[in-house]
Design a protein around this ligand. Structure first.
Ligand code: AMP
Length: 418
């Protein structure tokens, strides 16, 4: 039997109400902050991600779904969205039409990671990117939007972590200090960290190896080596978060290892989803547009994983997705009336009522069972003597009240209840 590919997941009809609720919440909150939706293709040229995310990252180095198509193009299924959004921003000169572009997206992403709870190979992210301003209030806005969405979904066990990465200049000076600190400890580091020592030293802070962690505890911290401008904006981030009533902690170990990340970086962690506990992450990337050969354009953004958020919602029992039901179920007392039932159904479907009827030649009892299962608000009984005189019984399933109505006046009765 052919099954879904490892690490991919069908989203079955029962799960859709929760997804829709999440999607509606995302749309509403982004609209409240005046962000406009952008959609980009599912695949891009591989070089975009190699450049936009960085060759040394796990995503580019190990996890991308890359292939050569029949025209020998190097293609990659997008593993994240920032590079695609910035590519589209540059390609369509969005910065010329508007000095600040506030954009959001919801999209599937693809990474060949080892599947486990909360970690898939096709998953869905939503997120935002604000391109065109260095305002620190946009940094805070990212955290506010992510936090509001999670809060609206009923999540309580949230931990907002923030840090500042400074400017590339202050970071380079700091990296030199870190190198000096680690040089005589290099041999004690794990193999991965030894590699990072040469390629991307900051990422040694991300190591899960216990011994590495012990060594890094005494390492100098980037946060203590910030330039004055970054320090000032970090103070504003903290103050504004406090004023917004968003609890947070400063985590000096939260690093993003790439040179075009600048200043604010953040993550929101859930206490309820096991080891894959980061619900969202983001930060400022003032040098990325230039790096992708666009006009220098400051940017800041975040991305959040929908599957992981739904897992947290399930574990916190926080989501009350609305029940799906239908307006009307039409039962047929007599087989010859199938066509009539079908006609009445279409009439109401055209008037935006949600209507269903029987297609399985079921008994009246079985049709009623079906109507109950579908949580129909009304059931209409077509047939019998009343039908011969142009009438039918309409039952209000909530109150149990049943009344005889004229079939050609049904419109009035039903639409007035809508
Ligand atoms: P990143 O782009 O790696 O910063 O990830 C942003 C968010 O996307 C994470 O916090 C997760 O919620 C989600 N995410 C990342 N990778 C996966 C994955 N393989 N499966 C499910 N969700 C993921």
């Amino acid at each position: 039997m052919i099954k879904a590919v490892t690490g991919t997941k069908d989203i079955l009809p029962d799960e859709i109400p929760a997804w829709k609720l999440v999607e509606k919440t995302i749309e509403r909150i982004f609209h409240n902050f005046n962000y406009k939706e952008i959609r980009t293709p599912v695949f891009e040229e591989t070089s975009l991600f190699a450049r936009g995310i960085g060759e040394e990252t796990d995503i580019v180095g190990k996890e991308m779904y890359s292939f050569t198509d029949r025209s020998e193009n190097n293609i990659t299924l997008k593993p994240e969205m920032t590079a695609s959004v910035v590519r589209a921003f540059i390609e369509h000169s969005l910065g010329k039409q508007q000095s600040l572009n506030k954009l959001y997206y919801v999209s599937p992403m693809f990474r060949q990671e080892r599947p486990q709870a909360g970690r898939l190979r096709q998953f869905h992210q939503f997120g935002a990117e604000a391109l065109g301003s260095t305002s620190v209030y946009l940094d805070v806005e990212m955290i506010q939007m992510a936090f509001e969405i999670l809060k609206e979904l009923g999540l309580k066990d949230l931990n907002v972590k923030i840090n500042s990465l400074g400017t590339p200049e202050s970071r380079n000076a700091y990296k030199e200090k870190l190198r000096k600190f680690l040089i005589d400890k290099k041999n004690k580091l794990s193999e991965d960290s030894r590699k990072r020592f040469d390629k991307n030293i900051l990422r040694i802070f991300d190591s899960k190896d216990e011994n590495d962690k012990k060594i890094m505890k005494d390492a100098p911290l980037l946060l203590d080596h910030l330039d004055s401008e970054s320090k000032e904006s970090f103070e504003i981030v903290k103050e504004t978060l406090k004023l917004s009533g968003i609890p947070f902690e400063v985590d000096p170990y939260l690093v993003r290892g790439l040179d075009y990340y600048t200043k604010t970086t953040f993550e929101i962690i859930s206490g309820k989803v096991g080891s894959q506990n980061a619900l969202c992450g983001g930060g400022r990337y003032d040098l990325l547009a230039e790096h992708l050969e666009g006009e220098p354009t400051p940017g800041v953004g975040f991305a959040a994983g929908i599957e992981r958020i739904l897992l947290a919602c399930e574990n916190e029992k926080s989501l009350k997705s609305p029940e799906e039901n239908i307006d009307l179920f039409i039962t047929r007392l007599d087989d010859e009336l199938s066509q009539k039932v079908f006609e009445i159904a279409l009439n109401f479907r055209r008037k935006n009522l949600s209507v269903d009827c029987d297609y399985l030649d079921r008994s009246l009892k079985a049709q009623m069972r079906e109507a109950n299962k579908l949580k129909a608000k009304y059931v209409l009984f077509i047939g019998g003597d009343e039908y011969k005189s142009g009438m039918a019984n309409l039952k209000n399933m909530e109150s149990g009240e049943q009344k005889l109505v004229q079939i050609d006046k049904l419109d009035e009765v039903l639409l007035s209840q809508k």
